[in-house]
Design a binder for this molecule. Structure first.
Ligand code: NDP
Ligand code: CU
Length: 450
């Protein structure tokens, strides 16, 4: 075996151990980056290239030969060439017989070809052992050493010996190999890097839609309607009041959507009378992105908390309070302290805090590192508590509203339907900001919207 790398990287090369030579086909970005990394880890590198003389920017210590010459130097060959150019490999079938070919290629689109690139390579060079690896690692990450984000290398292949050798190399490079089984898994591995936040797409679009929809709904209700009705300019509501109503609605809707697919799945299983049948694709996907839905919901809930905390320092709120006090004083009206109202309002806020705390707890327990330490029953326990708190909170809220404004009782029947069907959602949808204490008139009108 040759040792060309010793001069370039004497510090990583232990003279007593003789590292194997690895052949890399293709002197492009990825080939060069991988070679550099391998040289640093003590391997000898032989490049195979169409133009061995013209190749430039190659790492020091690497040798460049023609494809067929390079292939003879090593029995592990990394194919750093795009799939479209694999054609030349058919001429090398004899040389490549019995060797390990590592397919690192990616495609531009998901399921671009009927068979995976690795399986295609195996068809082109029948005598070789094809192993899929490295495709999830980027050339940039290899060069800059920024591998903390993704150290995982999915490896699959039909020949277990060849696969084991590739996994050893992956380990030597300081990466974590994950055995994905036979070459049949290659397709999935190739699709993986093309999926941009695969499980986040649906939650993202859904929450964007919810936000936009409810924002405009609230604008029509709280800005345009009062303007048309009484010429009142309340555009300032678009900064805090309306977002603070939109966020909790979005949070609770998303939270409901976290639990809904489980119920649908259970109903479906009962209806079919078996659990050994696949769910429809939409349900499957929905189930798989529940954690993301939950985390987005938690994000909205946190925003809601922040927006709620600033309420007392808002000019509008301070002005309203001051004005009420002055009006009351000049009219010499009395407003005796009501312990029950104090109780209701305090417990309302307290339940909100506890509900949020448990929501955060649920978010934390759903993180993989934490959920491993929490068993399923403990997880359910936290979830059920959140549900209970949400429910209680909305009931106290409705109770306090009803007390603070006897007029509210008029629409009581309608509201009860809402309470039963969508407890906390409804309570938030109605009034999420301070206005509940001093906009009773207006609220009676708006409640009828639901
Ligand atoms: N860049 C990246 O971050 C990653 C790339 N990959 C995969 O690695 C493979 C190579 O990618 P990358 O290095 O970026 O691509 P480049 O275009 O930079 O390099 C491809 C190399 O293929 C060789 N080649 C052989 N035959 C042909 C041909 N007919 N036409 C053109 N080139 C040919 C060339 O080397 P020569 O001139 O020496 O013959 C060329 O340098 C691809 O399959 C890609 O999907 C995978 C993960 C990440
Ligand atoms: Cu709230």
């Amino acid at each position: 075996m040759e040792k060309t790398s010793t001069d370039a990287f004497p510090f990583t090369m232990n003279s007593s151990e003789k590292q194997e030579t690895i052949c890399i086909f293709g002197t492009g970005d990825f080939g060069r980056s991988l070679a550099l990394k391998m040289l640093q880890c003590g391997y000898s590198i032989v490049f195979g290239s169409r133009n061995p003389q013209k190749s430039s920017l190659l790492p020091n210590g690497a040798e460049v030969l023609s494809y067929s010459e390079a292939a003879r130097k090593s029995d592990i060959i990394i194919i750093a060439v795009h799939r479209e150019h694999y054609g030349f490999l058919t001429e090398l079938t004899e040389v490549l017989k019995g060797k390990t070919l590592v397919d690192i290629s990616n495609n531009l689109k998901i399921n671009q070809y009927p068979e995976s690139n690795a399986e295609y390579l195996a068809q082109l060079v029948p005598g070789a052992h094809v192993v899929k690896a490295f495709n999830t690692i980027s050339a940039w990450a290899l060069q800059s050493g920024a591998l903390d984000a993704n150290r995982q290398v999915f490896v699959c292949g039909n020949d277990s010996k060849a696969k084991q050798r590739v996994m050893d190399i992956v380990r030597t490079l300081g990466l974590t190999p994950l055995d994905q089984g036979s070459l049949m898994a290659a397709k999935e591995i190739e699709n993986y890097p093309l999926q941009l936040f695969p499980m986040w797409k649906f939650p993202f679009y859904l929450s964007a839609f919810l936000c936009v929809f409810f924002f405009f709904y609230c604008v029509i209700r709280d800005v345009i309607y009062p303007y048309v009705n009484s010429g009142k300019d309340s555009t300032f509501r678009m900064a805090i009041s309306i977002p603070n109503r939109v966020f909790p609605i979005a949070a609770l809707t998303l939270l409901a959507l976290v639990y809904l697919p489980g119920v649908i799945a259970a109903i479906l299983q009962l209806y079919r009378g078996t659990k050994y049948r696949r769910f429809p694709d939409w349900l499957d996907h929905w189930m798989l992105c529940r954690k993301q839905l939950g985390l987005v919901a938690l994000g909205f809930a946190s925003l809601h908390v922040l927006y709620t905390l600033v309420i007392p320092i808002r000019y509008y709120v301070r002005w309203t309070m001051k004005n009420r006090t002055i009006t009351q004083a000049t009219a010499k009206r009395e407003d005796p302290f009501s312990t029950s109202t104090a109780w209701l309002s305090d417990s309302y806020v307290a339940l909100g805090i506890l509900g949020f705390f448990l929501f955060v707890l649920l978010g934390i327990t759903s993180l993989p590192s934490v959920s491993n330490t929490v068993n399923w029953r403990e997880f359910r326990f936290v979830q059920i508590f959140i549900m209970l708190l949400h429910f209680h909170r909305s009931v106290t809220k409705i109770a306090s509203e009803t007390r603070s404004s006897p007029k509210m009782l008029n629409s009581g029947t309608k509201r009860h339907c809402i309470i039963v069907s969508f407890p906390s959602w409804a309570s938030h949808a109605k009034t999420a900001d301070y206005s509940w204490s001093h906009r009773c008139e207006y609220r009676v009108k708006s409640t009828n919207n639901y």
